[in-house]
Ligand binder design. Structure first.
Ligand code: ASP
Ligand code: MG
Length: 319
């Protein structure tokens, strides 16, 4: 049966709206700004000795994520591979040898239809994915703060015309950014606190010590606080919400297995990673910052599709 998304009228109207979208002056300015964001975050990481590695698009091993998405599987050569949802495992592996790495990585996460309304979700987007060996969460938070401050500062200095176009005035954020634990945020603002925390914040703020139920199995637990992870999300101020997620990664085989089971996942699904852990991996820590969300925040635009030339909004097949 032909579905709505395949009908000829659908294609005609989508092409029309795509052309209209690209001709919108706001969209053009936001695309230009996104180009600067990409350039500056990479310049910054290179200046700190981080090595760029290319993204991986298909693999038998990818991020399980902690929320349901449609899962594009590719069957070939007598086995299954998936379109990667993040570089998480590849960066954990590559960093063992390369020590400090980053990837400007396209991500496909086929989010469920409800997420079309958030203004913050695209099912195809990019993130700057960063990882370093033998570094603590605190050291990587410091790096992420420098990265955010550097990028905003450079746009303000080198391309004030783009911020002016959007009537956007951004303060000079100072580090260290404030931190709040997940438990304290829940106590202060209630269960769905992210939006409230973000609206109240005057500067980007760290959400730390996230419970395992809210995250994937691969981040490291506090040795003395079972169920609480040594991870960190960065939240933008002004209601823009999540900037980044990251954490220290688990490297002990027994803990990896235990948490795969706790999350009701199967060893079969992660057999490539388990095999690697058997060979031995060392502690690494990293984070990923969504590029479209960063651009949206910098320009102060409401909807994320306005920073993307070909926005993929959950629930819709788009060019
Ligand atoms: N790559 C992870 C993600 O996409 C972020 C991280 O933990 O580094 O959520
Ligand atoms: Mg994440």
């Amino acid at each position: 049966m032909e579905t709505v998304n395949q009908k000829e009228e659908y294609v005609v109207s989508e092409i029309e709206s795509s052309i209209k979208h690209l001709s919108d002056e706001r969209v053009k300015h936001a695309i230009v700004a996104q180009g600067y964001v990409r350039e500056y975050v990479m310049d910054f990481l290179r200046s700190r000795g981080y090595i760029e590695i290319p993204p991986i698009i298909i693999s038998p091993l990818t991020d399980p994520l902690n929320h349901p998405v449609y899962d594009p599987r590719i069957h070939a050569y007598g086995g299954d591979m998936w379109i990667t949802k993040s570089m998480i495992f590849h960066k954990q592996i590559a960093v063992q040898e390369l020590k400090k790495i980053f990837i400007m990585s396209p991500n496909i996460r086929l989010e469920q239809e409800e997420r079309s309304a958030t203004g913050r979700h695209l099912y195809e987007f990019s993130q700057i994915d960063v990882e370093a060996l033998d570094k603590s969460r605190e050291e990587m938070m410091d790096l992420a703060e420098d990265l955010i401050i550097y990028t905003i500062d450079r746009i303000k200095k080198e391309h004030p015309e783009e911020l002016k176009y959007f009537h956007r005035e951004l303060p000079d954020y100072k580090k260290p950014f404030d931190k709040i634990t997940y438990a304290d945020a829940e106590k202060k603002y209630g269960r769905d606190f992210e939006k409230k925390l973000s609206l109240e914040a005057k500067s980007p703020v760290w959400l730390i010590d996230i419970p395992l139920r809210e995250r994937e199995f691969y981040d490291r637990e506090y040795p003395d606080k079972p169920g609480i992870l040594r991870d960190m999300d960065l939240i933008y101020p002004e209601g823009y919400q999540e900037a980044s997620s990251g954490g220290e990664r688990e490297f002990e085989l027994s803990k990896i297995l235990e948490r795969i089971h706790k999350k009701d996942q199967t060893e079969e699904q992660f057999k490539w990673f388990i095999e690697l852990a058997k060979h031995g991996i060392k502690l690494s820590t990293g984070f990923g910052i969504g590029i479209e969300r960063f651009t949206r925040f910098i320009c102060g635009v409401e909807r994320i599709e306005d920073v993307s030339p070909f926005p993929k909004i959950p629930g819709k097949i788009s060019l």
